[in-house]
Design a protein around this ligand. Structure first.
Ligand SMILES: Cc1ncc(COP(=O)(O)O)c(C=O)c1O
Length: 386
């Protein structure tokens, strides 16, 4: 082949995701994987049975409708009403996607022109950078800085230019666990309205909030018509492999996102859509128990990490804890994570890979606590040997 690189310029440097590298390392070394965010216990048995039943009774085994099966779109609309008092029309304002990941890709590909600027909180979930790049747009990071990891709203204002097309926010935020407050959301919404910006909001951890409650920005004045809200079943119902996600937005926005989505996967996961429709109707007790269980695990891992010498930033939401390794005499999170399996049989993720401004994330390392209690206790014991 000639001198021209095979990978196009837009994707150069994006490489293999850190999750692939670290999960492979966990498997190769037999380490406890506190890297990638997937639970080691499946979601409710009755929901798994609903999926099996759908397969066996021939529901969803052939191409389901492009926007998602009507029963799931209705369940999503009812979920938005039940938890947030937001009304969406299941036919024109809800779109089912292959996980939140496809929703993010379709929304960015649909709404961006080459050269548009996207302001996103950094550290950012890694697919944001890749999808902004695939759209030929420019990412502009707003760095969340330790110890609070809260957005500096004056800085946000200063980053807006005539080329800014959209704000990409994520609350509860992976990896820092920051949950945006009503006041912060109101300030962001005001800027969006003032500068006529679109907002994509990634809310996949909406039910994993410990004290403060989750507040969707779409409910604020002037936001409904400019917000694409994204969520998914993976985190809420502990079925991350099912890849059922969704978009709720105004009809024109859903229509734009659907245009891109139909050429990415067209449709996905037919039988799982029936099961997720049932999951969304689970009683409040399910959501409360999920939160209570994760809160106990958060505290177990946070205490263990503190005792092992890490600086711990306790998260308000998500199932991740960000730590600083500086008190351990370490500086480089990537090096630290690559050596951790050998040193003590635990895998974690270096936050630096989620930053453009790498200095801000160099010594930060993320651990997940969506694992069984005995696994977390064993991990804590191993980390104590550091
Ligand atoms: C912030 C964020 N958005 C989206 C996703 C992906 O969601 P899904 O598995 O539904 O595609 C994840 C998964 O880790 C995430 O952390």
């Amino acid at each position: 082949m000639g001198a021209r690189p095979l990978l196009n310029r837009r994707l150069a440097g994006l490489g293999t995701t850190i999750f692939a590298e670290m999960s492979a390392l966990a498997a190769a070394t037999g380490s406890i994987n506190l890297g990638q965010g997937f639970p080691d216990t499946d979601g409710p048995r009755e929901i798994a049975e609903a999926a099996a039943e759908a397969v066996l009774t021939g529901r969803g085994n052939q191409y389901p409708p492009g926007p998602g099966i009507p029963g799931l779109r209705t369940a999503i609309a009812e979920h938005q009403q039940r938890f947030y008092g937001l009304a969406y029309d299941p036919d024109s304002e809800v779109l089912v996607t292959a996980g939140a990941t496809e929703a993010i890709a379709a929304a960015l590909l649909a709404l961006l022109e080459p050269g548009d600027e996207v302001i996103a909180f950094e550290p950012f979930y890694d697919s944001y950078a890749a999808c902004i790049a695939m759209a030929g747009a420019v990412r502009v990071p707003l760095t969340l800085r330790q110890p609070s990891f809260r957005p500096d709203l004056d800085e946000l204002r200063s980053l807006i230019t005539p080329r800014t097309r959209l704000l990409l926010i994520n609350t509860p935020h992976n990896p820092t666990g920051t949950v945006l407050t009503p006041a912060e959301l109101a300030a962001i919404a005001e800027l969006a309205v003032e500068h006529d910006l679109l907002v994509i909001t990634d809310e996949v951890y909406e039910h994993l909030v410990f004290a403060t409650g989750h507040h969707p920005i779409a409910g604020l004045p002037g936001m409904r018509e400019r917000t694409v809200a994204i969520s998914s079943a993976g985190k809420t119902f502990s079925f991350t492999g099912w890849k059922v996600g969704w978009v709720t937005a105004s009809a024109p926005l859903v229509s734009a996102v659907r245009t891109a989505k139909q050429y990415l996967t067209y449709v996905s996961a037919g039988p799982f859509q029936y099961a997720v429709a049932e999951a969304l109707h689970l009683p409040d007790g399910y959501f409360d128990a999920l939160r209570a269980d994760l809160l106990r695990k958060r505290d177990l891992l946070a205490d263990g990490l503190s005792a092992a010498g890490f600086q711990v930033f306790s998260p308000e939401g998500t199932y991740f804890i960000t730590t600083d390794i500086t008190p351990l005499g370490e500086k480089d999170g990537l090096e630290f994570c690559r050596s951790l399996p050998e040193r003590c049989g635990v895998v974690a993720i270096p936050n630096v890979v989620f930053y453009d401004n790498t200095e801000a994330g160099r010594s930060l390392v993320r651990f997940t606590f969506c694992k069984r209690g005995e696994v977390l206790r064993e991990a804590v014991e191993r980390l104590g040997r550091l």
